[in-house]
Ligand binder design. Structure first.
Ligand SMILES: Nc1ncnc2c1ncn2[C@@H]1O[C@H](COP(=O)(O)OP(=O)(O)OP(=O)(O)O)[C@@H](O)[C@H]1O
Ligand SMILES: [Mg+2]
Length: 358
């Protein structure tokens, strides 16, 4: 699972029109490893769609390189505007799913799935066999003869996914594939992507603006802002990164200090520490009243990961020993608020100290 399948290196994309320039990608380095589901999140305009369109060279990067499955697509693209044969062949190994499905309304479901195979010159019988197999895979065998207009949004997206898989791609790119769908349909489409990822070993790079999508299916994630990747890593790595915005959004553990003489501490539990009764041990050993301000517990790949925000009576310096105890238990401990009068002075590890105000 460690082989990189998609690598972008210092990828830049500048859109130029007569009177202005927009830097949509400003030096993006991204590594997606084989067999993972990788989510890219960020606000509108952050450059997510530009990034995914540059990964399959639908959009030509201004500079930088894109490698997919060991091939440098930017080198294949050359300078001409018409994609040379080598690039077209490489693209066949990259499936793409779109927000608005992009199905042809005049074709049946089966013919939509067959379309990329027609373009690749696959004989009719082989196309039909492959389309039937793919429709079975996405749970739509009974809809082969219907037209897109007769399908629900979720069914249309399943057709879109089947079509994206027709060329037996190694990589599936998805740009907001579920954002036009209701929450329940979203869940079922995400589950399908997860199943395909597991069954076929498909690597999935998906763009979303919904944190729930990342939470539901992603092994790794990156946060984009203003054309740059500002955070990236596996979900577990992100959770272990002090001050990670993605971790905060994935596991929001809100809650404010109840008064001035209080210390607010964010705890992250991994592996074994997730199942030990650390908080009750803390309360018993040091005879402190621990208040839980917020908590979130999730299971990733069968391992529990949790975050908790607790409040201890007294200022930071009154709590040095209990905080040391928590660290000794193998927890990651971030002091979120070190007593109002002492912020930034008393805390011994300023890098880990951050204001709680939002
Ligand atoms: N074809 C284009 N010509 C000029 N500017 C563009 C073009 N496509 C995108 N941009 C600009 O590039 C920036 C990044 O756009 P992009 O579509 O990649 O954002 P996004 O993160 O996908 O946003 P959203 O969440 O709204 O889909 C934006 O400022 C956008 O206006
Ligand atoms: Mg977009």
């Amino acid at each position: 699972m460690d082989t990189p399948v998609i690598t972008t290196t210092d990828l830049r994309k500048v859109y130029r029109s007569r009177d202005r320039e927009v830097t949509a990608l400003d030096g993006v380095d991204l590594t997606v490893r084989e067999g993972e589901v990788y989510g890219v999140v960020g606000r509108s305009g952050a450059g997510k769609s530009t990034l995914i369109r540059c990964v399959n060279l639908l959009e030509r990067p201004t500079s930088g390189t894109v490698e997919v499955d060991g091939r440098d697509l930017t080198a294949l693209a050359g300078r001409s505007d018409r994609a040379p044969a080598a690039l077209r062949a490489a693209r066949a190994g990259i499936g793409m799913v779109f927000q608005h499905f992009n199905l042809l309304s005049s074709r049946t479901v089966q013919d939509n799935v067959e379309l990329p195979l027609e373009i690749l010159g696959v004989p009719r019988r082989e196309r039909a066999r492959k389309a039937a197999e793919l429709l079975d895979l996405v749970g739509l065998s009974d809809k082969a003869r219907t037209y897109p207009a007769q399908l629900s949004g979720g069914q249309k997206q399943r057709v879109g996914i089947a079509r994206a898989l027709a060329g037996e791609p190694k990589v599936l790119l998805s740009d907001e594939a579920t954002s036009a769908l209701d929450p329940e349909t979203t869940r079922s489409v995400l589950q399908l992507l997860r199943d395909l990822n597991r069954q076929l070993g498909l690597t999935v790079l998906l763009i979303t603006h919904e944190m729930d999508v990342v939470k539901a299916v992603c092994d790794s994630a990156a946060l984009m802002k203003g054309g740059r990747v500002v955070e990236s890593g596996t979900v577990a790595e992100l959770l272990a990164t002090p001050g990670s915005e993605l971790a905060d959004e994935l596991f929001p553990v809100g809650g404010q200090a109840s008064g001035p003489d209080r210390t607010v501490v964010d705890l992250t539990f991994h592996g074994e520490s997730a199942t030990r009764p650390v908080i009750s041990q803390l309360a018993r050993t040091y005879n402190v009243d621990v208040s839980i301000l917020g908590a979130a517990m999730e299971t990733y790949d069968g391992r529990q990961i949790g975050r908790m925000r607790i409040e201890l009576p007294g200022r930071f310096e009154d709590n040095v020993v209990p905080i040391g105890f928590l660290r000794e238990q193998g927890l990651q401990v971030d002091v979120a608020e070190a007593g109002i009068a002492d912020v930034g002075i008393a805390a011994p590890e300023p890098a880990r100290t951050r204001a709680v105000a939002k």
